[in-house]
Design a protein around this ligand. Structure first.
Ligand SMILES: C[S@@+](CC[C@H](N)C(=O)[O-])C[C@H]1O[C@@H](n2cnc3c(N)ncnc32)[C@H](O)[C@@H]1O
Length: 235
């Protein structure tokens, strides 16, 4: 089986326990990272009525946050779509949301028209996309000129220091143990720290965004660099 297919199959397997595991493993702080990301983009985007696509939507966590923050900031969501290649994750998402269109597809080839959306978000998803540069090119194609790409991701940290030691210990020892306990799938939660290690540094990812025609607009690092927010603009 190809690497990408294996990753999708793994998400199919953990889908029923994904939400529970996510809240436990992140101590709930991922919600505040998501809220800050959506609030920043809604505040700075010049339009008041927006079309949004959430790629690698999983069970729909980002979709819920987009809806909540838009309501708070009196911005109108004209349409919101969730896209993910995992049937299992989409099945959970569909039960949680009404009025959201869910499409089964990978980020590297989006079944969407060019220049058709104002915002694309991808949270904790891009490191799972094997054909990453193709996906970034797709995001640039589908976004309208001036539209925003919003990426939340765990990025590689420089080694050294107490915080780095604690973070590495948590990711390599505690997280796989707790993840396996909740999901009964040990290998899936061993994949997580490995996929973070195998991902890019902040600088390397920004270089890839620029290669696809994006201009970096905003960067924020959360919780001592555990999670990073990248907001880029289509030129
Ligand atoms: C860690 S989950 C994140 C889900 C959700 N965005 C969240 O924040 O909770 C990663 C998601 O990436 C999806 N994924 C894996 N390969 C993908 C690809 N090639 N294109 C798009 N999504 C992909 C998985 O199916 C999974 O739902």
């Amino acid at each position: 089986m190809q690497k990408q297919e294996k990753i999708i199959e793994m998400f199919d397997e953990i889908a029923p326990t994904y939400d529970k595991a996510n809240r436990i493993l992140s101590f709930g702080v991922d919600v505040s990272w998501r809220k800050k990301a959506c609030a920043y983009v809604l505040k700075t985007h010049p339009k008041n009525e927006l079309d949004i696509v959430d790629v690698a939507c999983g069970t729909g966590d980002m979709i819920g946050i987009w809806q909540m923050q838009a309501k708070k900031m009196t911005k109108k969501i004209l349409s919101i779509k969730g896209i993910d290649p995992s049937r299992g994750m989409l099945e959970v998402a569909k039960k949680k949301f009404q009025g959201v269109e869910f499409i089964q597809s990978g980020a590297q080839s989006l079944p969407l028209e060019s220049d058709s959306t104002d915002i694309i978000s991808i949270s904790y998803g891009i490191r799972n996309v094997v054909q990453r540069q193709e996906a970034l090119n797709e995001f640039a194609r589908v976004l309208k000129k001036g539209g925003n790409l919003v990426v939340l991701e765990f990025t590689k940290r420089d080694k050294g220091g107490f915080v780095a030691f604690f973070r590495d210990f948590y990711l390599s020892k505690i997280l796989p143990f707790l993840g396996a306990l909740v999901s009964k799938n040990k290998s899936a939660y061993e994949y997580l720290p490995n996929s973070i290690e195998g991902f890019l540094s902040k600088e390397e990812f920004i270089a890839e965004l620029e290669k696809s025609g994006f201009k970096m607009q905003y960067f924020q690092s959360f919780s001592f660099g555990v999670s990073s927010l990248f907001v880029a603009q289509k030129q």
